[in-house]
Design a protein around this ligand. Structure first.
Ligand code: GAP
Length: 512
């Protein structure tokens, strides 16, 4: 059954709540905007995704190590990194609705509407003509050319305005494009101003300006300030990487789309330190390596694309996003940035400490360049969940099934006694106790087996193991596959090896 994207998204949100994946933070107090809690199954799924990233990025690479830096950092860190002065979003208010928007998002949404118009023209023509050539059509059709010219002109003007930090011009673009507030429908806009996204608090018992510290807006700086500690104590040779996962905080102006854009979220980042001049080669390498990692999750190759940045961040000489097709369209999932020696040089300057590398081949010291891979764990979670959730039409029924990659599913198997007597629960319990050492398994004896299957399908458990009377006689069980719903009999003694081969993290790692 094909569903509309907005319905898929609604289902993902309600399914997340119904089955204990995600709850709104402090829900009993009506929640806190753009902050979410992971429930009993969400915490498992999130941990499994994080573990898979860590295994693939850190433990499978001899030249990458992982750290766990504190969220609080010396406030000068954020002066040096440029976040105090430049980690801003352009903000605009509508005076009638009193709603606040990101000025860049308003413009990008306008451009997206024009792109939609082009796509509709192409779709219409493709239906009309046989042997349709989309590229030729786009370059010759008058209406399409007109839309494309408009898009190019807006993008060029917008890029110049951003690069020159010309907020007056950003407002003028919004005025000229006649963009209206979706709530009030009016064009009564305030001026555009910059809004710093960092949360601040104070450390210690006395609150004054000098005690102001920030909740880190990215995990990367914890890596930069530890560069020398790790390089020296780990005796690391270039090129090498330092990775970490952890919370980051941003006071997003417009926080919406569930866990896509949150004010408290988790990042998984890796800074790869390289010899200056080799950074472009490593940038290409990490683009391909990270895409391959995403593809290994099997969510559909057509759902990924690269998007090169129009405006480079203050620290980058090349940058792109790996975008994913969420139910609300293609959006950034991961960023890959060539950050030059910007961060280390800034920290050298602000701390007065040398953060260099002695290259014994060249007999020379220099500040390494850095290529960064940075993915949002929550966005990855949303990508996985929204692609995995399916409504399937069966012969006489429908079922909800979460087709998660088996290796990251919260439970790897569920064990059922067919009925609650005759010694079946005892045997099922014994099997569970045995499997527990290596796999997260569930036990369920309530309701009919059919209902129990449906419950496990809905939370993505790849295998259900049923203990019946025959099990008592010949020590075999039935094992049912979540996706095909096929069943087969298997000796209890084989279960452990079967699960290791089918749900172990190795099943994913081997495809890399
Ligand atoms: N250290 C580089 C950096 O932080 P970024 O593009 O700002 O780069 C990296 O963020 C990733 O973090 C994004 O691709 C996204 O997956 C995730 N992310 C950023 N802001 C987020 C938010 N407000 N909510 C959830 N995830 C976010």
């Amino acid at each position: 059954m094909s569903q509309k994207p907005e319905d898929i998204f609604k289902n993902v949100i309600s399914h997340s709540k119904e089955y204990g994946f995600i709850f709104q933070s402090s829900e009993i107090y009506d929640g806190l905007s753009a902050v979410y809690d992971y429930g009993q199954l969400g915490a498992e799924l999130k941990k499994n995704i994080r573990d898979y990233w860590w295994k693939a990025m850190v433990q499978m690479h001899e030249n990458i190590v992982g750290i766990d830096a504190a969220i609080f950092m010396h406030p000068t860190t954020w002066k040096a990194s440029g976040h105090v002065d430049a980690f801003n979003d352009p903000l605009i208010d509508n005076k009638d609705s009193k709603k606040r928007y990101r000025a860049d998002v308003l413009i990008e949404e306008h451009v997206a509407k024009l792109e939609d118009k082009i796509n509709k023209e192409v779709e219409k023509a493709a239906k009309k003509f046989e042997n349709f050539d989309a590229a030729l059509f786009k370059s010759t059709n008058g209406r399409v050319k007109e839309y494309q010219e408009k898009i190019d002109a807006i993008n060029a003007r917008f890029k110049t305005a951003l690069n020159e930090n010309n907020l007056q011009e950003v407002k003028q673009i919004i005025v000229d494009l006649e963009i209206v507030c979706p709530i009030s429908g009016s064009r009564n806009w305030t001026d555009v101003r910059q809004f710093n996204l960092m949360f601040s608090t104070s450390i210690g018992s006395v609150s004054d300006e000098s005690n102001t510290i920030y909740l880190r807006p990215e995990t990367a700086q914890g890596i930069f300030v530890n560069y020398l500690n790790v390089q020296k104590t780990g005796r690391m040779k270039l090129p090498f990487g330092i990775a970490q996962t952890g919370k980051a905080f941003r006071n997003e102006i417009v926080a919406r789309q569930f866990i896509f854009r949150m004010r408290e979220f988790e990042q998984m980042e890796m800074q790869f330190f390289v010899k200056p001049g080799t950074e472009m080669q490593w940038y290409e390498h990490w683009k391909q390596t990270r895409l391959k990692w995403h593809l290994s999750l099997n969510l559909g190759a057509q759902k990924y694309r690269f998007h090169d940045h129009l405006k480079l961040a203050h620290y980058a000489n090349a940058a792109c996003d790996i975008e994913f097709e969420f139910p609300f369209g293609f959006k950034e999932l991961e960023g890959i940035h060539s950050r030059t020696d910007f961060d280390l040089k800034q920290h050298e300057q602000f701390s007065g400490k040398k953060l260099q590398y002695f290259d014994s081949e060249l007999n020379q010291s220099y500040v390494p360049y850095v290529v960064e891979t940075s993915v949002g764990l929550d966005r990855l979670f949303l990508a996985v969940l929204s692609s995995a959730l399916k409504e399937e039409q069966l012969e006489n029924d429908t079922r909800t099934v979460l087709q998660l990659p088996a290796a990251i599913a919260p439970y790897k198997a569920a064990i059922f006694p067919l009925i609650k007597k005759d010694g079946l629960p005892e045997l099922a319990e014994k099997i569970m106790q045995n499997l527990k050492f290596d796999f997260n398994v569930a036990y369920d004896e309530k309701d009919t087996v059919g209902k129990r299957y449906r419950r496990q399908d809905a939370i993505g458990t790849p295998f259900c193991i049923t203990v019946d009377h025959q099990s008592l006689e010949d020590q075999t069980v039935t094992i049912r596959y979540r996706d095909s719903m096929q069943q087969e009999r298997m000796p209890i003694a084989n279960l452990s090896v079967f699960l290791a081969e089918n749900v172990g993290i190795k099943t994913l790692l081997q495809t890399l």
